[in-house]
Design a protein around this ligand. Structure first.
Ligand code: G6P
Ligand code: MG
Length: 220
């Protein structure tokens, strides 16, 4: 029986995924690294230091920096990201999300956030959504980033639910992989070619329909 929803944040509740990518592209350019077309899908949902490592690998520069320098590069990206999101408000909640959250509340579902972002609490505050969730996984408490299932298992445990009782929402291929590895039902938001592993998929958040999603979950 369905008892909870677990949400990724960036690219699901709000379109901050584009600001993460923009800030990474700026850093890559400064370092003289040309990111291939597949980089955007690969970076989506990836933890901060994992993202930096991937970018440096694309540029064959992973050995050019020591740990302290890598931390400084990640901080540089984070400052740029924070500048890009400085003016977001509740108007930046993606279409379809307010109604989906309202329906979930009506059905007394528990709700959690499973975002790898250390900026997630700040973004949720700015969106005016922080009080909607029963739990927010603290990414600094995790040992592994997505596609490891740890963050989705943690979210489910914080809600005191079983894997078979939750539906989890993601825009990132590695996020869908994490949900599936956690044994949960995955709703993908984005392109079919990148999110083929999802149990149910829509192209954009305005297509998220509570009844259709739950019907698909019950048919699984
Ligand atoms: C989310 C985003 C990623 C980001 C990661 C870490 O998963 O989708 O793009 O790299 O969080 O975010 P942070 O704000 O902690 O650097
Ligand atoms: Mg995301």
């Amino acid at each position: 029986m369905l008892k909870g929803f677990i949400f990724d944040l960036d690219g699901v509740l709000t379109d901050t995924a584009k600001y993460h990518l923009a800030a990474w592209h700026e850093l890559a350019e400064r370092l003289g690294i040309h990111l291939p077309p597949e980089a955007d899908a690969a970076l989506r949902g990836r933890a901060r230091m994992d993202s930096l490592e991937l970018i440096l690998r694309y540029g064959h520069q992973e050995r050019n920096y020591d740990e302290a320098q890598k931390v400084a590069l990640a901080e540089e990206k984070n400052l740029r990201y924070r500048a890009l999101v400085a003016s977001i408000t509740s108007a930046d909640i993606l279409p379809g999300i307010p109604l989906l959250l309202e329906k979930a509340k009506q059905h007394r579902l528990k709700m959690a956030i499973a975002s790898a972002s250390k900026n997630a609490p700040m973004i949720l505050q700015r969106l005016g959504l922080a009080s909607q969730f029963d739990a927010i996984v603290d990414p600094s408490s995790l040992h592994h980033g997505k596609p490891n299932p740890e963050i989705y298992i943690k979210a489910q445990q914080l809600l005191q639910l079983q894997a078979a009782e939750v539906i989890s929402f993601e825009d990132a291929p590695i996020g869908i992989a994490a949900i599936k590895a956690a044994g949960q039902f995955a709703v993908g938001i984005g392109d079919a070619d990148k999110l083929a592993a999802a149990d149910y998929r829509v192209s954009t958040t305005d297509q998220l329909d509570y009844d259709r999603i739950v019907a698909a979950f019950e048919r699984r």
